[in-house]
Design a protein around this ligand. Structure first.
Ligand SMILES: Nc1ncnc2c1ncn2[C@@H]1O[C@H](COP(=O)(O)OP(=O)(O)OP(=O)(O)O)[C@@H](O)[C@H]1O
Length: 197
């Protein structure tokens, strides 16, 4: 897997370039409003931008957006839920191991979405994304509402997934310790642009 990002910029996104290969995790840091979420949206082909993005050598415009987004899966800070019940969002039940590692009971799948806590939504949104077997996982502050134990469990699960599957992840965080735990590359964003540290 390769993800190549060259001089990507947009109305609310300073210029960014980087390259990811099998098993890479890139943590993205920078002040509030600098364009971190906009970067993820550009990578998911959800916002207008200039520059070049290619997955395994295929340029983003050459692939239908829906096809691109099956491979490059975006998990926004506030996940979207379109049906009443949790299970309706999963093509099949997530592995018991994934549920238990994130302290989620399997019975939660039979729950109405409106009853989920914010942290449960975040953890289930991650599992929903992993079930799609993404080549690139785009995570916008995925642990923002989680306790330390579940934060660590989530970082370990993502790290293991990308390593095993030869995938990659782009992880927006304000928490420097999370980057250390993920053993990741770091993209520091400022108004002038992003640079790899
Ligand atoms: N649809 C839009 N129209 C106008 N401005 C927008 C739009 N979407 C985002 N912005 C602006 O783009 C800038 C970058 O937003 P973005 O959400 O990417 O920031 P961020 O770095 O993720 O911030 P935070 O850490 O607070 O989540 C912000 O100034 C935001 O107000």
């Amino acid at each position: 897997m390769t993800l190549t990002v060259q001089n990507v910029a947009g109305p609310h996104l300073p210029v960014v370039s980087f390259h990811l290969a099998d098993g890479d995790i890139l943590t993205v840091r920078g002040p509030s409003g600098v364009g971190k979420s906009q970067l993820l949206r550009a990578l998911a082909d959800l916002s207008v931008h200039t520059g070049d993005i290619a997955l395994d050598g295929v340029a983003q415009p050459a692939m239908a957006p829906a096809e691109w987004r099956r491979r490059v899966v975006y998990v926004p800070a506030e996940s979207g839920w379109w049906a009443d019940h949790v299970a309706d969002h999963f093509p099949r039940q997530p592995p018991d191991d994934w549920l238990s590692r994130l302290s989620l009971k399997a019975t939660l799948l039979d729950t109405p979405v409106e009853r989920l806590s914010t942290g449960e939504r975040q953890r289930l949104a991650l599992l929903r994304a992993l079930m799609l077997d993404p080549r690139v996982l785009l995570l916008d502050e995925p642990t923002a509402n989680l306790d330390p134990r579940n934060s660590e469990a989530m970082t370990q699960l993502v790290a293991e997934y990308v390593r095993r599957q030869g995938a990659a992840a782009v992880w927006v965080t304000h928490d420097a310790a999370e980057g250390d735990l993920l053993d990741s590359k770091v993209l520091q964003m400022t108004a002038e642009g992003g640079h790899i540290e």
